[in-house]
Design a protein around this ligand. Sequence first.
Ligand code: GLN
Length: 203
Amino acid sequence: MKVCVVGYQGDVEEHIQTLRSLRRRDVVAVRARRLSDLDGCNGIIIPGGESTTIYRLTVESGMYRRIVEMAESGTPVMGTCAGLILISKETFDERVRGMGLLDVKTRRNAYGRQVDSFIREIEIDSIGNFMGVFIRAPIIEDAGSAKVLASEGGRPVMVLQKNVLGMTFHPELTGDTRVHEKFLNMIEGEGYISTGTHGGEGE
Ligand code: GLN
């Protein structure tokens, strides 16, 4: 399967390296910069970085619209940090219009200067303890109909809605591949929560 990482800016290489570190012969991780790079992608990752920049460049290349179409026709999409902002329904910032792939409202840079960036152990549904690396992270103000998979400080930090996964932290910076493995499960059609454990999910 081909996993495309939107490759304009931000943690692009880190996502690609995390996927490659799994050493799975059936997984090809590529950097997508042109619209045609999305052809044949079985899964799309929108990385952390600067959401206004990623927004502008994806709109200019046509990737923004294509990602919406692909997600709506079932292609799994994962957005981390700035990537989550892009796939949200509401961003409260017209420089980053949300794709509306997740029924969530996110607010950019909402932790404020004092707690700009921090690392905190979080507990993720079906994964367990995970190192949450938060860098100028957005806050999910309202998770809407999305299923909350992890919370921190009483707020959702990871959500799932059908084929779309979003988180405010950076799993690609931890050396821990479990979140990416869940995303590969989704691409393989097993869903985030593999069949045989909890059954259905995120509906
Ligand atoms: N603060 C960034 C933004 O709003 C997101 C930060 C990140 O992706 N680490 O674009």
